[in-house]
Design a protein around this ligand. Structure first.
Ligand code: MRU
Length: 345
């Protein structure tokens, strides 16, 4: 299995996703600021993976601390904010940082070296647990897939967006093992092409049949009767089930509804944000104009044209037929289902 992130000795290594599929290159991150930059620039991306990257990053930050013992706590919070602000939509980032905060506070009186060891262990635990959760989600979610199915997905909610196996692609992987998958339709996912560059690469590594389309072809492919269901990942799920995911997901949900095609979301519990009532309150990251003006560094328009570049959109809960998480499958009414799932131990 591809490793999107790992720690070796004193350094953290990330598979640089901006270079895929042309180059498989692991970048060494020796300092916290390297990981802040890697998250901002999408070298590591995908909601669960940026959470784990931040967990390793804040551990490096504590290791770098050189102040008086009394200053370590405010320093931790300053670093926590720095990581939390890298990408505002994915709530997994805050979830991971909160876990790190808990172990930091529990060990604060043990001296810097011990704090770092405990934090390193927690980041490793989160990495291992993420893969386990994805496998569980895959097993549960594949029950929703009929044989033989053609499934449409957007962006990359696979190994490359997690620590391994994936969320939406985890469900597809588990269904594929049971010979339920005829093919996966992958939308290219402008502006930065996570579908074309990452999902295609990842599925082809596993010999899962894949057909690439541009984003504007999705409704036509559905109309032709070539899609049995849509499965996507999520960056944040509000209390009522409204779901933030890669820009273009909402359009897929609308088209799926119009064609009576089931629309499923696969996401771990760490993606739920019960403190946010509806999707209207989810912060949507807006990214640099350059991502829209260029494709792989080449200008495709007037270099100064005004650009709007929201990285995510909100799919209203009415368009979602099921949310698959590691604790089970939530079906409408989603608000009640989410409440019940989150209150389980
Ligand atoms: O901007 P990205 O590439 O980080 O966006 C990723 C997505 O939208 C994924 O679908 C989401 O994070 C779920 S990943 C398991």
């Amino acid at each position: 299995m591809i490793k999107p992130i790992f720690k070796d000795q004193n350094d953290v290594y990330i598979l640089d996703q901006t270079l895929l599929p042309d180059k498989v290159h692991y970048q060494k991150c020796s300092q916290a600021k390297d990981l802040v930059k890697a998250i901002k620039e999408l070298q590591v991306r995908g909601a669960p993976l940026i959470g784990i990257a931040a967990a390793f990053g804040i551990t490096l930050a504590i290791k770098e601390f050189q102040g008086e013992p009394a200053e370590i706590k405010p320093y931790f919070y300053q670093q926590k904010d720095c990581f939390a602000n890298t990408r505002p939509t994915a709530v997994n980032l805050c979830w991971a940082l909160q876990r790190m905060e808990k172990v930091f506070l529990e060990s604060i009186n043990q001296g810097q070296e011990s704090i770092v060891k405990i934090m390193e262990q927690e980041a490793e635990n989160m990495l291992r647990e993420d893969i386990e959760k994805n496998k569980t989600m895959g097993e549960l979610g594949q029950e929703l897939i009929q044989k033989p199915s053609s499934i449409m997905t957007i962006c990359n909610a696979g190994t490359l967006a997690t620590c391994g196996y994936g969320t939406a692609l985890g469900v597809i992987r588990s269904a594929f093992k049971r010979n339920k998958i005829k093919k996966v339709w992958v939308t290219e996912t402008r502006p930065v092409l996570q579908g074309a560059r990452l999902t295609v690469w990842e599925l082809m590594q596993d010999n899962i049949p894949v057909t690439l389309i541009t984003d504007n072809m999705a409704a036509y492919v559905m109309k032709k009767g070539l899609v049995d269901c849509v499965i996507v990942g999520a960056d944040r799920i509000a209390a009522n089930g409204d779901t933030a995911n890669k820009i273009g997901t909402y359009a897929l949900a609308l088209a799926a509804k119009a064609h009576n095609i089931p629309f499923f979301v696969a996401a771990p519990i760490s993606t739920f944000d019960p403190g946010i009532a509806t999707g209207d309150d989810i912060p949507i990251e807006e990214r640099d104009c350059v991502e829209v003006r260029k494709i792989k560094g080449i200008n495709i328009t007037h270099p100064e044209v005004e650009v709007f570049n929201p990285a995510f959109d909100i799919t209203p809960h009415e368009f979602i037929d099921a949310i698959i998480c590691e604790k089970g499958i939530i079906i409408p009414p989603l608000q009640e289902g989410i409440n019940a799932m989150l209150s389980r131990g």
